[in-house]
Design a protein around this ligand. Sequence first.
Ligand SMILES: *[C@@H]1O[C@H](CO)[C@@H](O)[C@H](O)[C@H]1NC(C)=O
Ligand SMILES: *[C@@H]1O[C@H](CO)[C@@H](O)[C@H](O)[C@H]1NC(C)=O
Ligand SMILES: *[C@@H]1O[C@H](CO)[C@@H](O)[C@H](O)[C@H]1NC(C)=O
Ligand SMILES: *[C@@H]1O[C@H](CO)[C@@H](O)[C@H](O)[C@H]1NC(C)=O
Ligand SMILES: *[C@@H]1O[C@H](CO)[C@@H](O)[C@H](O)[C@H]1NC(C)=O
Length: 460
Amino acid sequence: MPLKMLFAFIQPKFIAAMVLSGLVTVVVLYLSILDDTHLNTHLTQNTRTRPVKTMFWYKPNITTEMYLLSAYYDDRPTIDPMTRPAIRIIGMAHKDEVDKEKLSCLVTYEGRETPVLQAITPTDIGIGGWRHGKFFREYIFVCGSLRVKDKNATFVSVVDQTYLTQTNWESHEQVRVPVRYPRREETMDFGCCVSLAYWKFDPYRLVEWVELHRLWGVKEINIYGSMVEDTTERVFLYYHQQGILTYTRVPRPITEDGEIMFHIMATPVINDCMYKNMYRYKKIVVTDLDEMIVPRGNLMTYHDMLAAIENETESSHPYRMYNFRNVYYFSELPQNTSQPEYALTLRQNHHLRELTAHGTATKSISDPMACNNLHNHYCLKIPKMLEKTPHSIQVHEKFGLNQHYKKCHFDKYRKAYNLPSCKEALKNYTYDPTMLKFKKKMLASLKKPLKDLQLIKHVS
Ligand SMILES: *[C@@H]1O[C@H](CO)[C@@H](O)[C@H](O)[C@H]1NC(C)=O
Ligand SMILES: *[C@@H]1O[C@H](CO)[C@@H](O)[C@H](O)[C@H]1NC(C)=O
Ligand SMILES: *[C@@H]1O[C@H](CO)[C@@H](O)[C@H](O)[C@H]1NC(C)=O
Ligand SMILES: *[C@@H]1O[C@H](CO)[C@@H](O)[C@H](O)[C@H]1NC(C)=O
Ligand SMILES: *[C@@H]1O[C@H](CO)[C@@H](O)[C@H](O)[C@H]1NC(C)=O
């Protein structure tokens, strides 16, 4: 499908997709398997071995209220030559002011005294939200193509018209964001970028989620956490020490109650993950912690799944991306209580018979060489050069589905999205043994982490 068609198809459902994705309902309750589920205190001390990074937001001293997470140097051969090389600045800002003010960037170069001023193009990466009476939107500010090409950019500042029209603006201190150069070594087939984790998650489900992704061939998982509860964070820290997971703490830029701020932080962290790893991950798996893209039929790994999809797809695009349909495994549906309590995906083997509509709550495996703006559901913006041929494959359900484990949320969004009530929806479900093919391997790999984390005493 050409990009324009894909967009026409997806845009009206954009908000529905956001809401239905489970972004809103990432908080899950604990299973009470054992009373003594206290975690080892030595795990916290171990964090010394591989330090956990905390990313703070930069707040430019300008009229436009803006918070910047990071800036990346982008010289991918696949991006539009008109914007190459570019610096992509990831953050959020007051939308009205971004629309009204003309933004510029000031780039500082190694071995050059004065910074270079050039125009910025703001590009969206999310649907935004209200904070203290202002509508904030998630953006990647594109600064490029860079006018100075023979020197390394070291810092970038964002300034607006109000700032530039002051007398002697050059002498005012700006907030400088360091320009990062993405690593190129240690490449791998699959890396995983997860949108923001906050508050509390079921630790058993986290362990299962990580181990399954590892079985499927994901070599690195990135989790950004904000205000994460202790037990949940210790699971992240445990895997951070193992190396399979990179955990990064991100405090909120604005401290206010409620979840809106976390939602606005979600796509900036996903894009930080993509740009940081764009030369290392051949494909990026994007899912939330309450869902997973599962290879179906006799397919056991992501590698085999993509090979099978390719075998049946006539696409010549060099950087293909894959969109998977969503299916709900609501927790109200019957469970197999003979399966181990710590393996939810084995117990929960009924899902709604009907798959979620095409384009809604879709999850994807994206290609960082072909994506400029990554979203929680799929790549939002593709470089112009790569738009000409179809790049996104709508994956048939026989190859893979996004399995989504949560309580039914239809009642809350019934009117807005024309959904059936939970009572109605939960009547029509089906048995699905897909996860049982992973049972042996999965239970074997769950043992050590569950024991190490003292989540369980004996694993049979
Ligand atoms: C912020 O900018 C204003 C005007 O440009 C300047 O007067 C003020 O000193 C700056 N504040 C800081 C903390 O840099
Ligand atoms: C830019 O930085 C890289 C790595 O730090 C270095 O190898 C390269 O020579 C630098 N280029 C210039 C033009 O300074
Ligand atoms: C490739 O597709 C053909 C038919 O389209 C099928 O017969 C064959 O088994 C497939 N091979 C693989 C490896 O999936
Ligand atoms: C439930 O789990 C048990 C234990 O693994 C298994 O023997 C049984 O076949 C399962 N039942 C169904 C309907 O899957
Ligand atoms: C249940 O879902 C299936 C698959 O979408 C559909 O064909 C069927 O009509 C539904 N049954 C009821 C009773 O809604």
